[in-house]
Ligand binder design. Structure first.
Ligand code: WQD
Length: 337
């Protein structure tokens, strides 16, 4: 069984690569390292003691990406590649649409040409309208507050249309909630460029002394302590969700959206306290205004994933925080030596 991972050097891609190699799957990574580091490849080899093919290529570029399909008979594609910064997406929307939608379209064209029938797509809880419901099922209303979310929603639609036109296709659209944490080795992890936008990487950089304090965006939400509530999921659990989706794809046709979350929400303050407990480091923080586009509270209904994939998240918030801290402590400058 050979899998192609687009964006396989990224945060979620690299963790999935490790779990796949550990389970004996053969993988090929295609990544242009626009938001990742080629050193990740060595780290994956070090953790797994296994080797794999890799291509430095832009998956939105048909002729560059076609080489991979010419040289490998792929059974399943896991499509992680894409721009992912919510704030940036609003500032440079055309680049986001161009990159993320072209990548999806190019991939589907090449899958059709080379007879590849199975694909797992990195979608996001950002496709839901989280102002209406807090517990989100796959049929909750959809609507986005930013361009990043729209690129995911539009890509989902493109996959659905492609699957309707080609009944041989089998597509799992995995809607991730808030992935955090790292592999237990501390060798791979979330490594955003510049000042992190997401909560956990911001907290770990405060803990390691690279940032002074955490700014908590709003303490007047209608939640148990006034701060925003999200469904944080350990990236290793998320990686295992992809492996469960492989079997689902091989045995079913059509395109289907499935949530990958724990079903439990934690507030920003609860995350801060869990991190302090796991690391023994105090996190100074200050309340500031709400961030545009944020909503009070949402978390996954994880039932469909359990029913269809036989998968559920197992690791808890403390394990998420402890592993995120291990990665940051061992790699204060990310992948730079
Ligand atoms: C979590 C909570 C913030 C930073 C986004 C995307 C989603 C996915 C993950 C991926 C919120 C609060 C944060 C800070 C804070 N995207 N916060 N201070 O916004 O739930 O989800 O990232 O690639 O699709 O929408 O995640 O980690 O940014 O925020 O108080 O410095 O932490 O307000 O309540 P979010 P997040």
């Amino acid at each position: 069984m050979k899998l192609l991972l687009t964006g396989g050097a990224g945060y979620i891609g690299s963790h999935t690569a490790v779990e796949l190699l550990n389970k004996g799957y053969e993988i090929v990574i295609a990544d242009n390292y626009s938001n990742s580091d080629p050193k990740v490849l060595d780290r994956i080899r070090k953790i797994t003691n296994k080797d794999f093919a890799h291509y430095n290529c832009d998956v939105a570029n048909y002729s560059e990406f076609e080489r991979v399909f010419k040289e490998h008979k792929i059974d399943v594609v896991i499509h992680f590649a894409g721009y992912k910064a919510v704030g940036e997406s609003v500032k440079i929307p055309l680049e986001y649409y161009e990159n993320n939608l072209n990548a999806t379209i190019t991939l589907l064209k090449l899958m059709n040409k080379y007879g590849v029938e199975n694909c797992i797509f990195s979608s996001s809880a950002a496709v839901y309208d989280s102002t209406k419901n807090r517990r989100l099922t796959e049929d909750s209303p959809l609507s986005c507050t930013n361009t990043y979310g729209y690129t995911k929603l539009m890509s989902e639609q493109i996959f659905k249309d492609a699957a309707r036109a080609n009944p041989k296709l089998s597509i799992a659209l995995l809607r991730y909630f808030n992935p955090i944490g790292s592999h237990e080795s501390g060798l791979i992890g979330d490594n955003p460029n510049g000042i992190p936008n997401n909560l956990l990487p911001y907290i770990t950089r405060v803990a390691v002394g690279k940032l002074d304090k955490l700014y908590i965006f709003g303490n007047d939400y209608d939640t148990r302590d006034g701060t925003g509530v999200r469904d944080y999921i350990h990236v290793v659990d998320l990686a295992l969700g992809h492996i469960a989706a492989i079997d689902y794809c091989l045995n079913n046709k059509g395109a289907i959206a499935i949530n990958l979350g724990t079903g439990k929400g934690y507030s920003v303050l609860e995350v801060v306290h869990a991190f302090e407990k796991a690391s023994g480091v105090k996190i100074p923080y200050e309340f500031t205004g709400r961030r545009e586009g944020d909503t009070a509270e949402y978390y996954a209904s994880p039932e469909l994933a359990k029913k269809l994939l036989g998968w559920e998240a197992r690791l808890d918030l403390e394990q998420m925080c402890a592993s995120a801290w291990k990665w940051q402590k061992m790699n204060p400058n990310g992948y730079e030596e």
